[in-house]
Each structure stands twice: as C-alpha cells, then as structure tokens.
Design a protein around this ligand. Sequence first.
Ligand code: SF4
Length: 756
Amino acid sequence: MTTHAGTTTTDTHCPYCSLQCGMGLRTAAPESGGSGEWPASAAPDVFVEVVERPGFPVNRGALCGKGQSAAEVLRRGVRLTAPLVRDGDGVLREAEWDDASDRVAAGLAAVGRAHGRDAVGVFGGGGLTNEKAYLLGKFARVVLRTANIDYNGRFCMSSAAAAGKAAFGIDRGLPFPLEDIARTGCVILVGANPADTMPPALRYFTDMRAAGGRLVVVDPRRTRTAAEADLHLQPVPGTDLALALGLLHLLIAEGHVDEEFVAARTVGFDAARAAAMAHWPERVERITGVPVQAMRDAVAMFASAPAAMVLTARGPEQQSKGVDTVGAWIDLCLAAGKAGRPLSGYGCLTGQGNGQGGREHGQKADQLPGYRMITDPAARAHVAGVWGVDPDSLPGPGRSAYELLDSCGEEIRALFVMGSNPVVSAPNAAHVTARLAALDFLVVTDVVLSETAALADVVLPGAQWAEESGTTTNLEGRVILRRAALPVPDGVRTDLVTLNALARRLGVERGFATDAEEVFDELRRASAGGAADYAGITYDRIRAEDGVFWPCPEVGHPGTPRLFLDRFGTPDGRARFAAPTHRASAEEPDTEYPLYLTTGRVLSQYQSGAQTRRVPALNRAAPGPFVELHPDLAERMGVGEGDPVSVTSRRGRAVAPARLSREIRPDTVFMPFHWAGEGRANTVTNAALDPVSGMPEFKVCAVRLDPVGKVGEAGSTGSAAGERGGAALSGSAGASSDGLGGAVLARASGAPGGGR
Ligand code: SF4
C-alpha cells in the first residue's frame, strides 16, 4: 500500500479471469484528492480507480477493458447494498440482516427436517476466494451435512482436471509459469482464444514467435488468436479428439516418438499407439475436415521443436467426451517426449478467477480441501481432525453441477447459491431456470442482482474483491492475495461473516472464522499433506513474493513453479497414456437441425455477464448477443448483416442479430453466452455430460437457423424475467442496468414446487 497526496494505492488483483492480473486500486476521500471524475464506491465518500501495477510479473501492468473498468461494479446503485427477502405477495423487498439470516436458516433447516439433509444443495462459484470456497465446503459438510455441493467451475475446466489427474497424478492448470511459454519452441493451442479471453497473456505467445517459436491454433473459428498463428487447423466442432489421434498417428508414422522418454517415464503407450493407428490421416481428414497436409505441418512444427507444449481451453474440454479429448492431446505430448521437461508439457488455460483454487479446497462434489478425495478414508480422517468432527459424520460425494441443478424441485428442495448465475451460465438454461423456480427455498449470495438472484426467496449482498482480503490461485497454480482497498459498505457483509451467522443459527457456534487470514491458516492445515498442499503459504509470504506456487508443504519451502521435472505425481512417478478412441458428439446435425452451434466468450464481457453487463464502457463495446455465421450460409438463408435470426435446438430457441464472418465454418454458427433474455445462448445448448468429469457439452449441439421478422417474435425462450412475465422489486437493489430491463421477479410464495 502506498499513500501520496491524499490518495492511497493498494496492490491487488482483477476480480475476473484466471490470469488474476495485478492492479492497483487508488482510493481517496473527496476532500483529499478525489474528484467527480473518479467513480464513487458504495463506501461512503470514497472514490476509487484502477491503476497499473507494472511490478506484478504475470501481466506487468497490462489490463484488458474488463479489468480497467472493474471498479464500476463497486458503485452504489449498481451493486446490492441490502438483503432482499421475498414477501408473501411474491415481491423482493429490502430487509434487515437479522431477519434475512433468520429466514435463510429457518428455510434450510425446514427442508432438511422434512426431506433429509441431502435435500439441501449448495452451489458455489469459481470466482470465490480460496477462503470462501473452503468455508462454503465446510458449511455444507459440517453445518448442513449434505453431500450435495458443487460449483460452476464444473462447467469450466473439470474435463482437463480429470484428464490431467489421470495422466500426471496431479491436476494443476499449468505445470509451469506463463513465462515458460515465451521460451518454448512450439505451442499447439486447442480451443483457446486468449486474444479475447485474457489479452495480457497474448504477449507470451507473441514473444515465443518473435524468438522463432511456432504457434498452431486449433479452433472451428478463425479467432483473433488463430489469425496470429503460424498454422490454423479448423476442425468440425466436436472432432478435436480425432484430430489429436490423427496427429499422434503421424508422429508415430514419421518416427518422432521419443522412445527413451516413453520407456523411462510413461505407462501404456502400446494402447495409445493402437488407438492412434486406427485413426489414419485420411480418415481423420474425413472426420475433422482438416487437410492431411495441415496435420503433417502441425506435427513437423511440434516434433522438430526442442521443447513444445499443448495448451487446451474450453473448446476440447466442454464436450461430452472432454476427458478423452484432453487425454488424447496429453498422449501427443507424452509420445513426443514433450512433458516433464523444461519448457515442455501439457497445460490448461483455466477460465474463472479462482477456478483452480475453487476446486482444490472443498466446493467440488467429490473433493475435500487439499485436493483430497472425499471417498478416501485417510483424507476424511485428516480433514475431520482439522474440523473437529467425527470422520463418519462427513457426507460422501454428491451430484455434479448440472445433475444438482437438474434435480432441483425434486430430490433437491432447497438451494444455497454463492457467487454463481446458472440461469444464464448453465446448459439447457430454460430447463434449469424452471428447476430453480420449482424449489421450496432458494437463497443467493451475490454482489449484484443476477438473474438467479432475481428468482430467490432471499438475496444476501456480499462484499466485493476490493472490499475484502482473500487469496485466489491463478491458472499457473500461483496463490496470490487480493488486498482490501475499501471498507465493506453499509448494508453489505463479507461472505465469511454471512457463513458464520448462518452456522450459528443452525447450531454450530465455532469453526467459522470471519477473518480471511484466519480462515486461510485453517485451510493450510486442512490441505497439509494433500496434492494441493498450501501448508507453507502465508499471507506474509504472498505479499513478499508476489505469489507462491503450490505445492508448498512447509514455510521454508520455495513453492513449486514447475511440476513433473523429476517425476510425475502418480504413485510410481510415471505418466499414464489415456489411449482414447474418437466418438461422435452427443448430438450431431441431421435434416431437422442441420448446423452445429458452438458457444464462447467475447472480449468485453465475462461469463454470465452479471458484473460486466453493468459496466457502460463494456456494454458499448459488446452491447448484446449475436449469431455469427458464414456469408455463404447467410446467403442460403436469405439473411443479411444485423438481421434477427433464431437458433433452435431440441431444447429451445434463441434470437439475436446475425453477424456475418468468413472466419467461421459454413456448417457452424457461434453465439456468445453472456446474455440473458431471448438471446441467451444456453437456452439452446446441450446438457449431455462427460461420464467422468460431469462437464456439459457446451461446445457442440445441433441447431436450425431461421430468419426472424423481428427480434422478440413469438416462440423465443426468454430470460427468467420474460418467463415470469416480469414483476416488481421494492427497494434499491440496483436492477436498472442488468439486462433484465428493470423487471425483477415476483415469485409467488406458497406450495412447494408449485411452479414458482
Ligand atoms: S485478462 Fe483477466 S485478469 Fe486480466 S484484466 Fe482482463 S479479465 Fe482481468
């Protein structure tokens, strides 16, 4: 923290994506340097602005527009500043904290008594700090004693996590720092578009190419990242697995297998070779549409580089065969000897701000803190010891995220949501919205009145990134510290305070600290000895070292920026080949639904848009949904630029303006998923799940495209507000710029499951 001329600058990090860019927050009281040109936070009379923090190594001061404008969401009138409770007339009204907390505790307890503990579900978020994720998991298992907790990170990188754990014994997004990308010889980037999703990271790829390295991008769209590549492979959506097998086939056929590495450091190559040899290049060209020569070129670049990497993101991962697809790309690395060596390896560009830490510390259905499996008796005994409970009292594994949402209103009768907006971000979203509406009791903690919060019986406003301290773990496995720069505004509580108050009301008086550092110290003990061991990481160390890489088992340990250089994390130290074979997506185009739909993000919005849709500058840059399609397809359909079109699948229909682009395959349309309402892409997407990871198939489904007379024509599946017919909000919850059109739901209270 530095103070100058009446202003104070606090070193912290962006609240959004997994890059967790370092930034400064400059604050001032009006009389001492603040001015009307600064945004005023919700804290009384404090102005705040984002400034560069060049000393943080990951982004060296660079921020994208989302990070630059992040302080806008701190403003009163944009964010929530009081609890909301739905009255008997179905309207959300402002309430006192004690009343709201009493109602939450009573609602959760009543459902537990009536239907059993597992009828209460908990749904967390990949943006929660490690401390919140840890305490939320403990709250579910110790206070509610429910098995059913999961989080939206399941929708983010769970396939990569499962594949990485199977291959290497440890799942960490990147097993090396980002800086290694700049010094490697070749990167195959699969289904990732960092130019739009994390622009400050692009310089690592640019530096690599400037030093003679080669970039191969695999993507059905010629994204801005693909346009920068030395080679762009543009496969049919859902065929990345076949492409990886085709490349492995060529690697083997052309004599590039690192036999010494394979023999010394891996297990299972024979099965992988057999799988690859069944995918000869011409067959793979027929499946993927990628020309054989382009595959040969990719293999030549990859194999000839002295060091090389494969990096995946949501493209190959968000498929019903996501684990196998990532496994096939890992197999390519292992066969080439491009893993477990300096400047080489497989990595996942994780998505959400704390997607990595969020799954390490207990909000995932099958895991306890420290990346311990909840079915492991030793893991249960260790964590129960830290928590001071009987290991036998801990529940077992629960439903994965979509299964949890899908069972709402049936097996799950009450849901506690923290920092997630599944009404927009879940697949088959109209169905999910209906399931949420069928709950007996829904409580949401969030910083804004998201579309999911608008459905709730009780909404609890949480403090934001700039108002509370806490750690996150970025995509490199670097544990960093967000430092509070502002006081918690009146009417708002930190989520740690909220969990403490609820635990007390539900009969657990101890064990829910409200100070983030105290929670982190408990997390360190709970993670000690686990795969994600944070025991040696302290707030002081993070401050002094700009982050510490896990595993870090002791305070004197330097942390582990680079994994697997000596051995992999498996019991015998050897990596495992996955040896998958290609299979079709869960839903392929047919005569009724003849096109592929793929979904993704745009530069100026983030995830469900709950925060970024409230920022005027971002809305000017990315004002609404669109359907990207090739001009040839548009001509066949009689559609021009900007014309409203509908995209219909077996699950529903979304309507948005057409955006013509030669950068997409003519058999595929693309929609960003940041918006609610009739342009909600996830109304259309398919919830077919990967059998191992539970990842839904966001990236591939079959759709029909139709011109529409005008946006809003009958038949579109609308937002939650539209489905409910809109209603009223009493109070000042700041719903004006949220894409809900100012309408916030009235939700008739009454009979459980009565179609609310
Ligand atoms: S790249 Fe990610 S972390 Fe960095 S400023 Fe943008 S949204 Fe924030």
